[in-house]
Design a protein around this ligand. Sequence first.
Ligand code: 5GP
Ligand code: MN
Length: 319
Amino acid sequence: MTDLRDIWKGITSAESVAIAFHVSPDGDALGSSLALARILRSMGIRAEVFSQDEVPESYLFMPDVDKVRSDSRDTFDLGILMDCNSLSRVGAVAPIIEACPLHGCIDHHLPNETFGELRYVREKASSAVEVLMDILTANNVEYDADTAKLLMTGLVTDTGVFRFSNVSALTLRYAAALMDHGASAEPVVHYVYESRSLGALKLQGYVLSNIKTACDGKIAWVALSKELLDSFGVGEGETSGVGDHIRKLKGCKAALFMRETEKGKVKVSLRSREDFDVSKPANILGGGGHVCASGCTLDMPIDEAEKVVVAEVARWMDS
Ligand code: 5GP
Ligand code: MN
């Protein structure tokens, strides 16, 4: 179903809605989900947002984050996946969504699977917020300043502060509409990007000093063991974004940031320029994402993960 009026009618016909987003939540997952829940509540619908993981510290400034829950004894009429399109991405809260008699999906990721009767997935959209705003705009839905702040957080963070190639004229029009509703990019930039701990800044310095390259500099990467991360006193939440700096290397087509989150478990962030699709190697490695930003998690020691990931990306570089 892609008629945006039918989708909104379907969502707002429910008396209770459960919303869940992907594990390791970011500003877009939180912003789009909390905004939808806030709008539905203002319409008298019981709406709850569920997350396997705690809200990272840098997003605690967002309105309504205290309402995010990790479990429920209630049941819901409708279960919506936000900022992901497969139950496997939401982790431990998947059963809450699965138990609902009707399902929805609002997303912008590859691969585009088939979850949900009420589904609207636009892969070219900058963010799940942008996809949600397509629906809100098509239905002239009204929202308050706190909802605008939530939506702005997703737009700002998934576009790297309006710098990435996923920014379109529509993205900026939506941002302007959010400013008209009382939101601004500045607090998002302050809390998400410019409130780093000393350890996280020093880790960034270490990462930049230890970039390795292959394929004439077309692939650049850094792999960090758990011991090293611990020595900087930096938690998993604080490592996201550090890898984005690797892509700044001139001539680099794929930037890889690998970190051991626990012994034998490695989280990989892949970033690229438009002419190299990192979602393909990410997919082969059991993950996914977007053309320019993808991720996966590997169950192997960091040294092995480093070899496996670089070899897989190099294979796509040649083909
Ligand atoms: P990040 O590197 O920031 O964690 O993720 C980059 C993008 O890839 C995000 O859009 C994220 O949702 C997606 N992604 C990260 N890890 C995975 C994964 O394991 N599976 C899938 N399907 N997508 C992922
Ligand atoms: Mn997103």
